[in-house]
Design a protein around this ligand. Sequence first.
Ligand SMILES: C[S@@+](CC[C@H](N)C(=O)[O-])C[C@H]1O[C@@H](n2cnc3c(N)ncnc32)[C@H](O)[C@@H]1O
Length: 340
Amino acid sequence: MADFRDTLMLPFSSGALEGPKPGEKWCILNADVLPLPDRMEPDDFVAEQGFRPGFLALEAAGYAVQPRLQAMSELNCCLVLAHRSRAVNERNILRAWNGLKPGGVLVFAGTKTSGVQPMRKWVGRGAQVDGSLSKHHAVAFWVHRSGDDWHADRLQKPDSDFEWGKFRVAPGMFSADEPDVGSALLAEHFSDRIFGRVADFGAGWGYLSSCLIERCSRIEQLELFEADWASLEAARSNVQAAGDMSVDYHWCDMNREAPRTPFNWVVMNPPFHTSRAAEPALGNRFIEAAARCLPAGGRLLMVANTNLPYERTLQHLFKKVERLDQANGFKVLEAVKGSR
Ligand SMILES: C[S@@+](CC[C@H](N)C(=O)[O-])C[C@H]1O[C@@H](n2cnc3c(N)ncnc32)[C@H](O)[C@@H]1O
């Protein structure tokens, strides 16, 4: 079914904008595999995608993809796909504008519910919007670069808003404004009984891991697994190893690259949606991954919204399952692996 990626291609397939010519520099931010029209190929682009499942899909489709593009300059065109976070969209548009050569074109596209119109207004305050097309419940608009670089003072939320307390956090990450209530409830159950080799699945910017280090002195090795590259980079500075403990960081898609090495404990607040609706299947995949890397006697300690039905999967894969706590719409579950 056609979606906003088709809308993004419309200016090119309709002839409103020209496609890439030999030697030109084109890039895509918040990239996704695109339904490219004739005469456009994946290798015309350098793509940025920090979410590992999307990164792997782009790589498989033949795009040159990086989790974060460092050098963006002298671009002829930059395509920006809407992110769910307005702050991320503003930052990507600002980077795209500053990376374009004079006359280069920036095309932004998103579904009508993604906040594309407010972004169009925001861009229109600094540049003339040269065109716009609407189809498939989505909008694509474009501007040609003229004039000076745009500076961070254009951003609605200044960058410094996102460094609070002792943690470095950035827009677009899970719980970017304060620690998640569910994660805080889970962390209340961290104590010295958690020991040895410990994994944090879907570690985000490192809240649970830093609580583990603070509260569990018998951990020897702590391993963080996270799909969002920027969150994992933040975790590298937020999670400081204590004493002889070693800490490792893995940028991975738990659905395809989950660890096989044994752990004594796994802790997690698993993802529960990619869209607005809750998707228990995501958490179930995390539970299955935990079951695979816990030997007999190994334990999983997790938090979830009370309405998410994880108990059935847990009972199927573990010997003993217990609800340790429940508050503010969250439940803390502990499961012990049997010998099978
Ligand atoms: C509910 S958040 C918990 C974050 C962090 N542990 C905390 O408590 O604040 C779930 C995390 O899982 C990550 N995630 C989502 N899908 C993933 C996948 N396929 N593989 C690895 N991590 C994933 C998300 O980026 C997010 O950081």
